[in-house]
Write a protein that binds this ligand. Structure first.
Ligand SMILES: NC(=O)C1=CN([C@@H]2O[C@H](COP(=O)(O)OP(=O)(O)OC[C@H]3O[C@@H](n4cnc5c(N)ncnc54)[C@H](O)[C@@H]3O)[C@@H](O)[C@H]2O)C=CC1
Ligand SMILES: CC(C)CC(=O)C(=O)O
Ligand SMILES: [Mg+2]
Length: 347
């Protein structure tokens, strides 16, 4: 029986264009011949916004939802006011497709450069809530533009939304050898949301007696991510804290250029979306300097999500080999890294 993958491809802005090209090269190379890969490229991002004023229309959402999965590069450009594309495209899509599990693994492989002393054991996954928190656009300004302007940005946390992501994180912790789950929040100050998270975390913990649990305030978590990252196995946290600590997690475990993510809709009512943790990096865009590894590892997450575990393993193995060997190599371009990975998955 022939199999197929129908993929929506959104290169987006800046280095998104460059890294997605490499991700697709590796995806095509790793798939067996009997798997038909169909791709449809979408032009979301700054250029389309400047030309049409559109970020993501209802018709776009209808079209996107027909695919098996989405591969995204990055969105955001200095030519567009900050927030227009981030909110109007990226968050709109994550919310519309109920991507409530934002999965962000961090693993420091042997020999890979880290700013941390020694070669600490880093192998954890952050389960970031993806549809609530302060990212819902719930707020506003009054006395706008005056010296008395007041701005609010309200964090929305529902029992439904918190419980489903906490439950997902417990299940992931249960399935890992160390079976440890850390709740990261700020419940000493953000008491309304923090207590909701803590109470639900403690309630769900009773259903997972094999999972060791701990609670850490987010400020302290940033310390331990640098001084003792080995203490983490699975972290569950809200949308904002998860956004911030996963950039830090990337920086200590090989760099932002190798940090992958999946915006998962576990019920599969809509396609899940896979993207590097990083943004469009306008400072290096168009120069062939972007590391495509994060996108390639996101392709591995995508393959795993669609049931292509053997192919995902091959991509992970190729990246691991490339990362360990690159310390001895001169700097390579985006395409050179992509070509090397293609060579490894096909070799
Ligand atoms: N998921 C998305 O589409 C995201 C979009 N953004 C947007 O991207 C734009 C730039 O945001 P920044 O805060 O500068 O974050 P950024 O992640 O784009 O860049 C931060 C730093 O990391 C470097 N970097 C990022 N990816 C790299 C790669 N693959 N290889 C080598 N170096 C890399 C950049 O050169 C820069 O120094 C903004 O418009 C922002 O809103 C930011 C984060 C995520
Ligand atoms: C631009 C933000 C909405 C996205 C982001 O920084 C992230 O998801 O890591
Ligand atoms: Mg981020």
């Amino acid at each position: 029986m022939s199999r197929s993958i129908d993929l929506a491809v959104i290169p987006g802005d800046g280095i998104g264009q460059e890294v997605v090209a490499e991700g697709l090269k590796v995806l095509s190379a790793v798939l067996p011949q009997d798997v038909k890969l169909e791709t449809k490229e979408y032009d979301f991002g700054a250029r389309r916004y400047r030309a049409t004023g559109e970020t993501l229309t209802d018709a776009d959402l209808d079209s996107l939802k027909a695919h098996d999965a989405i591969l995204l590069g990055a969105i955001g450009d200095p030519s567009v006011p900050s927030g227009v594309l981030e909110r109007g495209f990226l968050l709109k899509l994550r919310f519309a497709f109920d991507h409530h599990v934002n999965l962000r693994p961090s693993k420091l492989l042997p020999g890979v450069a880290t700013p941390l002393a020694g070669q600490p054991e880093i192998d954890f996954v952050v389960v970031r809530e993806g549809t609530e928190g302060p990212y819902t656009g719930n707020g506003g300004t009054i006395r706008t533009g005056t010296e008395h302007e007041v701005a609010t940005e309200v964090s929305v946390n529902t029992a439904y939304g918190v419980e489903r992501v906490v439950r997902d994180a417990f299940a992931r912790a249960q399935a890992r050898p160390r079976k440890k789950l850390t709740l990261v929040h700020k419940n000493n100050v953000l008491t309304f949301a923090g207590h909701l998270w803590t109470n639900i975390f403690n309630k769900v913990a009773e259903e997972f007696p094999e999972v060791t649990t701990e609670y850490i305030h987010v400020d302290a978590a940033t310390i331990y991510l640098v001084t003792d990252p080995a203490r983490f196995d699975v972290i569950v946290t809200d949308n904002l804290f998860g956004d911030i600590i996963t950039d830090l997690a990337a920086a200590v475990s090989g760099g932002i250029g190798v940090a992958a993510s999946g915006n998962i809709n576990p019920a599969r009512t809509y396609p899940s979306m896979f993207e590097p943790v990083h943004g469009s990096a306008p400072d290096i865009a168009g120069q062939g300097k972007a590391d495509p590894t994060a996108t390639v590892l996101s392709v591995a997450l995508l393959l795993r999500h669609l049931g292509y575990d053997t192919e995902a393993d091959r991509v992970d193995t190729a990246v691991a080999a490339d990362l360990t060997e690159r310390v001895d190599l001169p700097p390579r371009t985006t395409a050179e890294i992509g070509d090397a990975l293609v060579g490894r998955v096909t070799g």
